[in-house]
Write a new protein. Structure first.
Length: 488
């Protein structure tokens, strides 16, 4: 029997745009965290490959794009650790709070420490902190809704709009700080934004539901020494790998991709074989596998905003606006503008359609098709040379990025919470983020093959592949829906 009927409304419940009141607080926290994250990431690639004379580090462009991909993949890969800590030791609320502190310290390191040392320390802290925060913020939103509440997808879409308000403002302000004062002032501004978000969360965290403080699957006592030994061993292996050159900046993205694949396979096996997962929950986990693969393919293209699109904006885009040359990082704010405009429209549409809205796998399929079309739209402007593409043309391409994102990304967050077994609530969200980790890392690897001389074949292959995958997922949707066992 389907469980998609909306439960009776509580007339005494205080709401935020028709949703639980605490959604507004989580919306605000995520806004400031994304301000700092995307503000930093908007100037990160340029900081790496710009010459030392221009304030950068002078890293080879191909290596720089791979590092950006590896860093982005690492952020989402570290959601495993954050989710595990939440489900087994601390609970989602505490992990989110400590992760926010780590993120702020990472931005401070980027702002104050020079050269490669500051880059390494800052990205490690921000990467691990963001991983811990992302999975648990999403899980906390899920605790605000009871099973079968048709407001859930709309609530995640509103939450997603908060993410994109921060993503809009961050690159604009850090980009201005970079062009006026230098890269480190941009990173410092990101640190200030994170401090504001941390303070706001500290003042409101007591209002979260009791479920947010619970530990879903507590770790048996007496295992602390074993955990410390495993953690120490992992650190030693990582340090030795870098010191011996086994892992280096040139192959880091590929290593991260293999880690994401191995972690994904291991996670699916652990969840599916756990004796506390019942038969219906197990079928739902199986239904998530094709959506996981579709999500990884989507993010392999979408996350090229921070690699290929960033380079394209720096070299091929006409950024002259009435005599003022717009910083290339401003392009990173175009997609968030469209998200802010259209997220509420999509949320209202899903709410109005209710049980008649497209199923989650069909939404994923549409997201892949729109993503493929977006890449094909680059082709008419390819090979035009320096500063040849009109800004309006890139804006229209990024509009298709936005439609693709709204069909897939917030729905991915929502469906992960809906399909999650009870004892893997937060870790199922982490599994969704693993698909983003894999896709983001692949985005950095693919960007290494991009240059202005091969734009037509590059964009053609990427676009056509995404469209074919989207059609295949649409064809498979009826079978996937059966496995979802009443979840839409």
């Amino acid at each position: 029997m389907s469980t998609t009927q909306k439960p009776p409304a509580n007339p005494a419940e205080k709401t935020f745009l028709g949703h639980p009141r605490m959604l507004a607080n989580l919306f605000s926290v995520e806004l400031w965290e994304r301000f700092s994250f995307y503000g930093m990431q908007g100037i990160l690639l340029y900081y790496m490959y710009y010459s030392v004379a221009d304030g950068g580090l002078g890293i080879d462009q191909g290596i720089a794009t791979g590092l950006v991909g590896a860093y982005g993949g690492g952020v989402y890969l570290s959601t495993i650790l954050g989710a595990w800590l939440a489900d087994r030791i601390l609970g989602s609320e505490k992990v989110l709070f400590y992760s926010a502190i780590m993120i702020m310290l990472g931005h401070i390191a980027l702002a104050l420490l020079p050269g490669g040392v500051g880059l390494a320390i800052g990205l490690i802290l921000v990467g691990f902190g963001s991983g811990g925060l992302k999975a648990n913020a999403t899980s906390l939103v899920g605790t605000l809704y009871k099973e079968g509440d048709d407001r859930r997808d709309a609530g995640f879409s509103l939450f997603y709009m908060g993410i994109n308000l921060g993503a809009l403002i961050g690159p604009l302000l850090t980009g201005l700080a970079w062009t006026e004062y230098g890269f480190h002032y941009g990173f410092g501004l990101a640190a200030i934004g994170m401090a504001i978000g941390l303070t706001q969360y500290a003042l409101t965290r007591k209002n979260l539901p009791e479920e947010s403080h619970s530990v879903a699957n507590p770790l048996p006592g007496g295992n602390s020494r074993m955990l410390l030994a495993i953690a120490a061993g992992a650190i030693v292996i990582i340090v030795v790998a870098f010191l011996t050159g086994l892992v280096n900046p040139a192959n880091l993205a590929l290593v991260m991709a293999y880690l994401a694949i191995a972690a994904s396979v291991a996670y699916f096996v652990v969840i599916l074989r756990n004796p506390r997962v019942n038969a219906i929950e197990r079928k739902r986990v199986y239904s998530f596998i094709p959506m996981f693969l579709a999500s990884a393919a989507f993010w392999a293209l979408f996350q090229q905003q921070f690699t290929v699109v960033a380079i394209y904006a720096d070299r091929s885009l006409d950024r002259n606006l009435f005599g003022w040359v717009m910083p290339p990082s401003f392009v990173q704010s175009i997609n968030p503008i469209f998200i802010i405009i259209f997220a509420a429209i999509f949320a209202a549409l899903w709410t109005k359609l209710g049980s008649r809205q497209p199923s989650s796998p069909l939404k994923f399929a549409l997201g892949l098709v729109f993503m493929g079309v977006a890449f094909l739209l680059f082709i008419p402007f390819s090979g035009g040379g320096q500063n040849s593409t009109p800004l309006i043309a890139l804006a229209m391409i990024l509009l298709f990025f936005t439609f693709a994102e709204l069909f897939l990304s917030p729905i991915g967050l929502s469906v992960a919470t809906k399909l999650a077994p009870r004892v893997f609530r937060t870790q199922m969200v982490a599994l969704n983020f693993l698909s983003i980790s894999l896709g983001t890392t692949v985005a950095g690897i693919l960007a290494g093959y991009y240059n202005q001389d091969n734009e037509v074949p590059y964009f053609s292959f990427s676009g056509i592949t995404a469209i074919i995958l989207g059609i295949a997922l649409a064809v498979a949707t009826p079978g996937i829906k059966k496995l979802m066992s009443g979840v839409r």
